[in-house]
Design a protein around this ligand. Structure first.
Ligand SMILES: [Zn+2]
Length: 113
């Protein structure tokens, strides 16, 4: 099973919704870290995720920088002129940088066992 927040392997953290019937597969949400567990609890308590987390904000800033570096490396600034391969690389850069950075930042707060 994976963390419901970031899709990494869960590490034994979980939150069970006390307001639903006790069917573990339906009301238990697994997490990889205390950080992701906090996101789950916040979502359960507030009912909405309005603001990006500090990890998401930091990861998106890094992804923005990397996307800009990629565009600079191919000397294009107009996204409409990208070839399909360049577009795929651009999207891959944004996706891998942001998810990788979230994973790295989350790892820093994981319990070491
Ligand atoms: Zn997670």
């Amino acid at each position: 099973m994976s963390c419901i927040v970031c899709r990494r392997d869960h590490r034994g953290f979980s939150f069970t919704d006390p307001c639903t019937p006790p069917f573990e597969h339906l009301n238990t949400f697994r997490a990889c870290s205390m950080f992701c567990l906090d996101v789950i609890h916040h979502y359960w308590k507030v009912g909405d995720v309005i603001d990006p987390t500090r990890h998401e904000t930091q990861a998106l800033a890094l992804a923005s920088d990397k996307a800009g570096e990629y565009l600079e490396s191919i000397q294009k600034t107009d996204l409409a002129t990208l070839t399909p391969e360049e577009w795929a690389t651009f999207i891959q850069t944004v996706y891998e940088t942001s998810t990788g950075e979230i994973a790295r930042l989350t790892d820093q707060e994981a319990v070491p066992f």
